[in-house]
Design a protein around this ligand. Structure first.
Ligand SMILES: [Zn+2]
Length: 80
């Protein structure tokens, strides 16, 4: 009876050590700094001068604006 308990305790310890060893390299990978994707190119809004990521901008006839509001302003200015 006692021998069985010792066996299972040792087995548990062995599994715990193996699990810890498996976890180690993963933790190191998570600590490394994330690489900024090249898609996030920064551009300047021609209306208000704000810098923003090109992918987040509003495209109107080949020009990128920071928001729909600025795009509307630029379109309105052209018409006047
Ligand atoms: Zn703007």
């Amino acid at each position: 009876m006692f021998g069985k308990i010792v066996f299972f305790v040792l087995l548990g310890l062995l599994l715990f050590v193996l699990w810890q060893k498996k976890r180690m390299p993963k933790v190191k990978q998570e600590e490394s700094e994330p690489v900024e994707p090249e898609a996030k190119k920064m551009v300047q809004c021609p209306v208000c001068g704000v810098h923003f990521a090109e992918v987040d901008g509003v495209w109107i006839s080949g020009t990128t604006y920071c928001s729909q509001e600025c795009a509307d302003k630029a379109q309105g200015a052209k018409r006047d």
